[in-house]
Design a protein. Structure first.
Ligand code: AP5
Ligand code: ZN
Length: 212
């Protein structure tokens, strides 16, 4: 099954993608995580993307489409995949169609902006595997390190309140229009993202079960 997780920054895409990924045994592809790794290791793509990502703007379509094309060609995507954070523009959604990639389901996690601003300040991330936790709503077992690999959790650079505000604006202007694109294709399902992490997961599974 090929699934897209859509939603505002901090809506819980990464959190849910990780659960579904483990449950269904299919990889999650997060363009945000790939970009952060490239920035950290200083690759040419990372250098090109840094200023955009760290200010809350989108990285240019051609860079991100190139990343996805390469990643989807890898063997582990053959049995299905989850896209977390891609597509982010109608141009990216059209590029995916042009690549001949079949999408079974697009799940939009709906959270109001004011809830997001509160959530982001408590997020803690694992730089190694990309897992995200929350000091209050979704803490790691010891509250300090990643449950999966023991890496000390840290704050993301783009989680500063002023950057979160920019990211929300970018989302409403450039990403939200793709909901209509997938609605027209009969692929869009929405879930309420303002309930507990486990309740969102239950809603996500019921949507996935509904298309079997
Ligand atoms: P990206 O990494 O994709 O960031 P994002 O979309 O802004 O999403 P986040 O990862 O911040 O949030 P999330 O929805 O995954 O939430 P999470 O599960 O962590 O992109 C970063 C940047 O890279 C972009 O700004 C852009 O520059 C660039 N980029 C990436 N893809 C691109 C593309 N395709 N095109 C162009 N540029 C691109 O949850 C958030 C917090 O809330 C966590 O602390 C979590 O524990 C907590 N939480 C989750 N669910 C709940 C719940 N139900 N109740 C309470 N707390 C919860
Ligand atoms: Zn980790």
């Amino acid at each position: 099954m090929n699934i897209i997780f859509l939603g505002a920054p901090g809506a819980g895409k990464g959190t849910q993608a990780e659960k579904v990924s483990a449950h269904c045994g299919i990889p999650t592809i997060s363009t945000g995580a790939i970009i952060r790794t490239a920035i950290k290791t200083g690759t040419p793509m990372g250098l090109a993307a840094k200023a955009y990502a760290e200010s809350g703007a989108l990285v240019p379509d051609e860079i991100v489409i190139g990343i996805i094309k390469e990643r989807l060609a890898e063997d582990d995507c053959k049995k299905g995949f989850i896209l977390d954070g891609f597509p982010r523009t109608v141009v990216q959604a059209e590029a995916l169609d042009r690549m001949g990639v079949r999408i079974d389901l697009v799940i939009s996690i709906e959270v109001r902006d004011e809830v997001i601003v509160d959530r982001m300040s408590g997020r803690r991330c694992c730089e190694k595997c990309g897992a995200s936790y929350h000091v209050k709503f979704n803490p790691s077992k010891d509250g300090v390190t990643c449950d999966k690999d023991g890496t000390v959790l840290s704050l993301r650079k783009d989680d500063k309140p002023e950057v979160v505000k920019e990211r929300l604006e970018t989302y409403h202007k450039q990403t939200e229009p793709i909901k209509a694109y997938y609605e027209a294709a009969g692929k869009l399902q929405t879930v309420d993202g303002e309930v507990s992490v486990d309740d969102v997961t239950a809603a996500v599974y019921s949507v996935i079960d509904g298309i079997h």
